[in-house]
Write a protein that binds this ligand. Structure first.
Ligand code: ADE
Length: 257
């Protein structure tokens, strides 16, 4: 899978992503990350990429031309490899839909994704209209630029590409996989600062372990993310019938906590 990042800070993107488990995926050539410096595509001799905003107001705006030329250079590279490609172009912006695990799963189906990172007060709307397919935010707060959000999205998408994580890592049940937060986990020693590992986890009874973990996931989600909990209950009514709850409770009653 190929990720292309249009940015004013290519080193930030590349060094950040290289310093992680993703480097393994790059070495194995399962994922490719290329950062294009928008400044290299400015058609003025000072490589200027920003200018004042029409209508007044504080701050500078990134101009259309360097971004469009940069996009065309990337598109050319993609089309040389895949003539029929029609890549997604994600503008990372606080004015976008909020990124989620579901979106990461969707993006992971693509072979090519282009990210556009903004700076200053934003980008001339006309180039956005011309090239952007998706407007995506990583949350309701404002950062100084789009590089960190692009890196967040690349990390979340790349780890879903088969082979990037080793089997042990990818086989793990994870938060959001099924719409619930992950249950608490423990490793050695059995007792640490007088805190014991829950005995059920040492019992070797897999059915009990599964029921206990499911219950902890439910409790954790209800407490920390009530809106996710409500959605889960709505989407899985079969797990909340009196019979299903009674069955779980019978097992939980047997398990000493
Ligand atoms: N650029 C600045 N803040 C951002 C955010 N929260 N998400 C995506 N892009 C951004």
């Amino acid at each position: 899978m190929h990720f292309y990042v249009m940015t004013l800070f290519p080193d930030m993107v590349l060094s950040g992503l290289r310093t992680s488990i993703l480097a393994r995926g790059m070495d194995k050539e399962l994922i490719h990350v290329e950062a294009y410096n928008i400044r290299d595509y400015a058609d003025n001799k000072h490589n200027k990429v920003d200018d004042y905003t029409y209508g007044g107001g504080a701050g500078m705006l990134m101009q259309a031309q360097p971004i469009y030329s940069c996009y065309q250079a990337i598109l050319k590279v993609i089309k040389e490899r895949e003539p029929d490609a029609n890549p997604r172009v994600v503008y990372v912006t606080p004015q976008g839909s909020v990124f989620s695990q579901g979106m990461a799963r969707d993006f992971a189906k693509d072979d090519n994704i282009i990210f556009l990172c903004g700076h200053y007060e934003g980008i001339d709307e006309r180039v956005l209209e011309e090239i952007v397919t998706d407007y995506v935010s990583i949350g309701d707060y404002v950062l100084t630029g789009g590089e960190l959000p692009a890196m967040v999205m690349i990390d979340a998408v790349a780890r879903l590409v088969p082979g990037v994580l080793n089997n042990e890592e990818s086989a793990e049940t994870e938060s959001f996989d099924d719409g619930l937060l992950e249950y608490p986990q423990y490793s050695r020693p059995e007792v640490w600062m007088e805190k014991r590992v829950p005995p059920v986890l040492l019992s070797g009874n897999h059915q009990n372990v599964d029921v206990w973990r499911f219950q902890k996931s439910l409790e954790r989600t209800k407490e920390r993310r009530p809106e996710l909990y409500d959605k889960y209950v709505e989407e899985h009514p079969e797990q909340f019938t009196p019979k299903a709850i009674k069955k779980r409770n019978r097992i939980l009653d047997k398990i000493e906590d």
